[in-house]
Ligand binder design. Sequence first.
Ligand code: MG
Ligand code: MG
Length: 249
Amino acid sequence: MVTIKSREEIEKMRRACKVVAETLLKVKENVSPGVSTLDLDKIAEEHIRSQGLLPAFKGYLGFKHTLCTSINEEIVHGIPSKKRVLEAGDILSVDCGAIYEGYYGDSARTIPCGEVSKETQRLLQVTEESLALGIEKMHPNHRLFDIGAAIQNHAESHGLSVVKEYVGHGIGQALHEEPQVPNYGMPGTGMRLRAGMVLAIEPMLNMGSEETKVLEDGWTVVTLDGALSAHFEDSAVITENGPVILTRI
Ligand code: MG
Ligand code: MG
C-alpha cells in the first residue's frame, strides 16, 4: 500500500530528514585520509542522538551501525569498521537514516577523499545529476517509471551503468515503504504519482558493468567487475507544485 502523508506527518519527516542532512555534512567535513569508517559512524551517531533522534539503520535487520559506508567498488550497505581507513583518492558512499517521532528520513552522498581523478569526479557528478533529474519527475499525475527513465537516460548517455537490483522506495513510518522506485524503466508507465507521496530516490551508478555481488559479511554490495560505484539519495515529497526535497538544509 502506498501511503499519502498528512501535513503533520510531512513536518515530522522534514525534521528527520533535516537531521540526516546535517549528519551527512558533518561526515563530509570529517572525510580525510587516515580516518576510519567507524570514526565517521561515531560522529554520525553522536549528532543524531544530540538532536534527540534515533539512528534508523542501527538494529535494522540486525545492522549494527548508524551509517552504511561503502568505499570505491562497494556500492551500498558497507559496514563501518576501524580497519577500514580512508586513503587519498578513495570515494566513500555514506548512507544515513534517522527517526523522529516514528518517522524516517533517508539520504546518501558519495564523498571524495582528497584528490580524485577527473573520471571519478565525473562519476560523482553524473550520479548526483541523475538524482536531480529523477526528483524533477516527482509531479502529481506523472508515472512512477518517469523517475527511473530520467535517471537511466542520463546515466547511460554518459557511459555509466545503472544498478538494477537495489532501488529507491517510499518512506514514512517505515524506512522502506511501497512503492519500490527503480532507477530505470519506460517513461509513461507505472503507478500514477500523487501529492503527499514521499519517496527516497537513490541512483547507484557504476563505471563498469551493472552486475553486483554481496560479500561474505552478508551486507556489503560490490560491483562484480571491481569498477567504481557512486550513490546519491534524497527523500522528497510530491506537492501540487512538484517535488520538495526534505534531506537538504
Ligand atoms: Mg539510504
Ligand atoms: Mg533508501
